[in-house]
Design a protein around this ligand. Structure first.
Ligand SMILES: Cc1cc2nc3c(=O)[nH]c(=O)nc-3n(C[C@H](O)[C@H](O)[C@H](O)COP(=O)(O)OP(=O)(O)OC[C@H]3O[C@@H](n4cnc5c(N)ncnc54)[C@H](O)[C@@H]3O)c2cc1C
Length: 395
């Protein structure tokens, strides 16, 4: 198995890097590198720049306006974005809904939605989870009943990432409560977030930021043409979407960035001389090398045989563990400065220089706690590993 890149792939990497260097707005890059929150305009602006080269939709085929890249080029592209301080294209639009519309949408939906998704003309959010449905997603209780050519939707969704910026949302709703299996009565609907009856309530997370929300749906009228796929077949659509959500999970480039910052801070304040700190740093660096090697092996396998690989659950598990461990070291390496961000986010005057890159360490660390929950919780990944890779059957 060849785990190295070909000369063409190295050339592609240089091309991506040169494009980022030439076109990424300096202010956006500074925010990403400094782990400061991005404004909606930063993200929209950058995605539109990428879209001028069809690069806003890395996984889309050429016939739908994507670049038609294979898995290795997609990986290199995202790695360069991560290491170069560039935001990723919004996954709700281009990694989740776009592929769903390509696979299940009508011709009219493809023509209307795909260009807008790519150009971030509309910002989308994901309305799947509920208070009683997360890992067990088929347990949703939000209902949609037919009334003429509309659905009337009622229920509560939870954890909608950037829902407060969203123009539209893709939702899972229950259209047949009497279906024999809970997966059978679910439908996939597109809902205009400005519709009467849609309201949001912010959830402030441990890092002091507003990223996630609860969404309440109260007699919301949704035209039937906003359905993707057949009525009661939404589970098939959702499974397809989730399999795409779980690709690009390792984010090795982001962890490399965190570790580089950790080293710089520890070298600047002398902590690097501590044998116990060096041992911890080495352990995380070795863990990252193992994750990167696994990522390369999965890419090589994918290039040969374009099928979902259950080893991606190991990749999700380990890459998140290593990223979380790296962020804990970042906080440790920055000492008191490393815990100042949360106070700043809560409106207090920063007792530090914003140019000092350590000040956001706690935000990075606290924000990453969620990474072992979303995109498939770690315990659920372990179940998959036990079932599919180790052949252990649960009683
Ligand atoms: C930061 C963040 C952003 C998110 N963004 C979105 C979004 O945009 N849209 C959206 O729809 N959802 C979003 N989610 C929701 C996310 O998908 C769910 O949190 C996730 O599916 C887990 O569901 P839950 O929170 O209900 O926990 P539960 O499923 O109730 O799990 C609770 C605990 O039990 C464990 N557990 C559950 N089932 C099993 C099992 N079978 N075996 C062993 N252990 C198990 C879990 O691992 C976890 O530790 C987001 C979550 C977070 C934290």
């Amino acid at each position: 198995m060849d785990l190295d890149f070909s000369p063409e792939e190295h050339a592609f990497r240089r091309d991506v890097r040169a494009f980022i260097d030439a076109h990424l707005p300096a202010e956006t890059r500074a925010k990403v590198m400094g782990d400061r929150p991005l404004d909606k305009a930063d993200i929209v602006g950058w995605q539109r720049i990428l879209n001028t080269r069809s690069w806003a939709t890395p996984s889309w085929p050429k016939e739908y306006g994507g670049p038609g890249w294979d898995a290795v080029r997609r990986y290199i592209f995202l790695d360069e974005l991560h290491q170069g301080g560039a935001p990723e294209p919004i996954s709700f639009n281009v990694a989740m809904l776009g592929p769903v519309i390509i696979a299940f949408g009508t011709d009219e939906q493809k023509q209307r939605l795909l260009p807008r998704l790519a150009n971030l003309d509309d910002w989308w959010c994901q309305g799947f989870s509920e208070p009683g449905a997360g890992s067990d997603l088929a347990n949703i209780s939000t209902t949609a009943r037919r009334e003429g050519d509309h659905y009337i939707v009622n229920g509560q969704k939870m954890w909608q990432g950037m829902g407060h910026w969203a123009d539209w949302g893709f939702f899972l709703v229950r259209t047949d409560p009497s279906a024999p299996k809970k997966q059978a009565g679910i439908t996939f609907l597109l809902i205009d977030m400005k519709s009467p009856g849609v309201s949001l309530s912010p959830i402030i997370t441990l890092d002091g930021r507003h990223e996630v929300n609860s969404v309440f749906l109260d007699d919301v009228r949704v035209p039937i043409e906003n359905r993707v796929g057949e009525e009661n077949q939404g589970w098939t659509v959702a499974k397809y979407l989730l399999s795409n959500e779980r690709t690009n999970i390792a984010r090795v480039g982001v962890t490399k960035r965190i570790l580089a910052k950790t080293r710089r801070a520890a070298e600047a304040n002398g902590l690097i001389a501590s044998p116990s700190f060096r041992a911890k740093l080495s352990r995380v660096e070795i863990g990252l090398q193992a994750v990167e090697t696994l990522q390369m092996r999965l890419l090589a396998a994918l290039a040969k045989d374009n099928r979902a690989d259950p080893r991606s659950s190991v990749l999700k598990l380990k890459s998140v563990e290593v990223r979380q461990a790296a962020s804990e070291l970042l906080m440790e390496a920055n000492g008191a400065l490393g815990i100042s961000f949360v106070a700043f986010e809560q409106g207090q005057t920063p007792p530090f220089d914003e140019a000092d890159e350590g000040w956001s360490a706690s935000a990075v660390c606290f924000n990453l706690r969620g990474a072992s929950i979303y995109g498939g919780a770690s315990e659920v990944q372990r179940n998959i590993v036990a079932d599919t890779l180790l052949g252990l059957t649960r009683g």
